[in-house]
Design a protein. Structure first.
Length: 342
């Protein structure tokens, strides 16, 4: 057994118990999806205390293939390894992918077969940049409780299914708790799914219903089985009775030149219940008036942020996930003088 703690982006981390059987099922499903090549060489630069990082050496040990282990993520070092050390597989989160692309302007070529990108939706503009530079991006959705991957979108499907995280791997069944075509909570079950949380029977009982794990993520499942992950249930902003999914607004913000990172949160509002605000990372000043025309071309009016604040960096976990609760606190402090409705 292993115990892997969740990132705690939505609250206190929980110890997820994962068995050898869970890892075996996950590794088998990944091999069936990506293919199994004896000469495979997986570059591991995610933290090993994160399931995305830990699963790489365990999976490779099961396969009998090589791992190149980096002590930390340094984009220049990863780029060199990808170009010069016969790397065939790489796992990153969107922020890491963006930093790789920003580190230099040279194309990527050679032995790389797939770049698995998880930990959040991949904005279309980032996917297009990666594809243009020769990076075969494989979008994936997973979670600690499922021993990493749950669904994966193949590179050939990436542009025709923008925003999708692909279809379920063999290691998990996936359903959405909502009528067909409507948003609902993503639920999973299967041999890769955890038996429960360490010394927390209440959390375990609350997470499962009739054998299905309630992931806490909101998504859509189409008729062909492609899953689109909209956001964490706790992150959805309700403004004037309308649901606003932060990831959608963030993707629109990231299409604006110069914005390198974005986090959208809701703050209390007397009239609308919540108002949408955005924290962005940019080397240049960012004014809402300048960004708004682009946002209005991509978003409904109620999704447009009431305020945008520039940060040097966004609070994030060691695995690169933005910690929204800290963003929310910092935005509330900065905008304390902003009128509470707009």
């Amino acid at each position: 057994h292993s115990i892997v703690y969740t990132s705690g982006t939505a609250g206190n981390p929980k110890g997820v118990m994962l068995t050898y059987g869970n890892f075996w099922a996950s590794a088998s499903a990944s091999a069936l999806n990506l293919g199994l090549d004896p000469s495979a060489r997986w570059l591991a630069c995610l933290p090993l205390h994160h399931v995305g990082g830990l699963s790489i050496p365990i999976r490779s040990a099961i396969y009998g293939t090589a791992v190149e282990l980096h002590a930390q993520f340094v984009p220049e070092a990863v780029n060199r390894a990808v170009r010069y050390t016969d790397i065939t597989l790489l796992s990153v989160v969107p922020t890491m992918l963006r930093r790789m692309l920003n580190a230099d302007d040279r194309p990527f070529d050679g032995s790389l077969r797939a770049v698995l990108v998880g930990g959040g939706p991949v904005p279309a503009v980032l996917l297009e940049r990666a594809t243009a530079r020769g990076l075969p991006v494989v979008q994936t959705y997973g979670l600690t409780e499922a021993c990493s991957q749950v669904t994966t979108l193949a590179p050939l499907e990436a542009m025709s299914h923008l925003g999708s995280a692909g279809r379920a791997l063999l290691s998990a069944d996936v359903r959405v708790d909502a009528p067909a075509g409507e948003a609902g909570e993503i639920q999973i079950r299967g041999p890769a799914v955890t038996p429960g949380y360490y010394r927390d029977p209440e959390a375990t009982a609350g997470a499962f219903s009739d054998g299905w794990l309630q992931t806490g993520d909101i998504g859509l499942l189409d008729g062909d089985g492609f899953l689109t992950v909209l956001d964490r249930r706790d992150d959805v902003i309700v403004s004037g009775g309308e649901n606003v999914y932060p990831a959608e607004v963030e993707a629109a913000l990231l299409a604006y030149p110069g914005i390198e990172g974005a986090a959208v949160v809701g703050l209390p509002d007397e009239e609308w219940g919540q108002r949408v605000v955005a924290a962005v990372v940019s080397q240049l000043p960012v004014e809402l008036a300048r960004v708004e025309p682009l946002l209005r071309s991509r978003l409904a009016g109620y999704k447009i942020p009431a305020a945008i604040e520039r940060f040097d960096a966004l609070p994030a976990t060691s695995s690169g996930k933005v910690q929204r609760r800290f963003v929310r606190e910092q935005m509330a402090e900065r905008l304390a003088t902003l009128p509470t409705s707009h």
